[in-house]
Design a protein around this ligand. Structure first.
Ligand code: FE2
Length: 311
């Protein structure tokens, strides 16, 4: 194909706020990532959580490395973060009293994680106002440590830290954050995505580890998004992870879709660092939230996967 000199010149891209989303880290993070993101053009870095593997202490050196980022960054705690293996097993088995009994140290572990993250903000029921060159948006970080599905996981900690004892309480917390927002675009940042996006194993937050499959999204997040929409706010994107792209039993899940003008992204490509053909590649998702020249919001947000080759 040759260029047609008579064809209209494409208009320059609208100015956008450019965001890097780093999916479930699970210890896959190193100095190459720090150098890459610090040298990048991104305006904001969002971590969807699960920095840890199966040991809280193993995540702290990774969190200290993330703290070396010089870009604005928010990290959402996942169900592997600031917890220990016994808690995780009790939650997975849905043994509430056992999980409560084992969860006494979670406030201390959360403080350690927050401290290790340094200037990187640890999310969890917070509104984060962002301004880039006169363009404003609000990031709302949702319920921390989500395990997915309709059950409230880590309820002892959520009650202690946030006064949240039920999914309904969580909805009220999230809606109150929506009420703090003005007319700027909103981005929801959560560990797990909202319910309502399919009940098949390869759906964006579908369950792949039970033969019955099912919708494994968070109902409180879905209700907060609906509330934001109903109250006339503009939700630009909903960003989460947790449900890994590679499915148990084989195959890959859908990781992105746009519905009702809202971009939904599941960034959980695990492992996020891998080698093919002898080349190490580091995964993240690039998101552009468009604005007009007068800094008013314009157009739908869009996403693309990035695999950065490490020399
Ligand atoms: Fe997770």
């Amino acid at each position: 194909m040759t260029d047609n000199p008579l064809a209209p010149r494409p208009s320059p891209p609208a100015p956008a706020v450019n965001i890097a989303v780093i999916g479930d880290v699970h210890l896959d993070w190193n100095n190459f990532d720090v150098d890459y993101f610090n040298a990048s053009d991104y305006d904001l870095l969002l971590f969807v959580g699960d920095i840890a593997g199966y040991r809280h202490r193993g995540a702290l050196p990774i969190a200290r490395s993330i703290a070396a980022l010089t870009k604005p960054a928010i990290a959402m705690p996942g169900n592997h973060d600031a917890i220990h293996l016994g808690q995780l097993v009790a939650e997975a088995l849905e043994k509430d009293s056992m999980a409560d009994a084992l969860g006494g140290g979670q406030p201390r572990r959360s403080r350690q994680l927050d401290h290790a993250l340094g200037e990187v903000t640890m999310g969890g029921y917070l509104r984060h106002p962002i301004e880039v060159g006169g363009r404003r948006l609000s990031v709302i970080s949702g319920r921390p440590h989500s395990m997915g599905g309709p059950r409230l996981a880590f309820r002892r900690y959520l009650g202690h830290a946030f006064g949240v004892a039920s999914i309904d309480d969580s909805v009220h917390r999230l809606n109150a954050l929506v009420d703090e927002c003005g007319d700027e675009p909103i981005i929801f940042l959560a560990h797990n995505g909202p319910s309502g996006f399919g009940d098949r194993r390869d759906d964006i937050w579908g369950c792949d580890f039970r033969s019955s499959e099912g919708d494994f999204g968070d109902p409180d997040l879905a209700q907060a998004i609906a509330y934001a929409h109903a109250s006339g706010r503009r939700v630009a994107a909903v960003i989460a992870g947790h449900m890994h792209h590679h499915l148990k039993g084989g195959g890959r899940r859908r990781w992105s879709e746009t519905r009702g003008g809202i971009l939904y992204v599941n960034a959980a490509r695990v492992p996020r660092i891998f080698s093919t053909d002898g080349i190490a590649r580091h995964h993240h998702v690039e998101i552009a939230v468009p604005f007009r020249d007068d800094a008013s919001p314009g157009g739908e947000a869009h996403a693309r996967e990035r695999l950065i080759h490490r020399p």
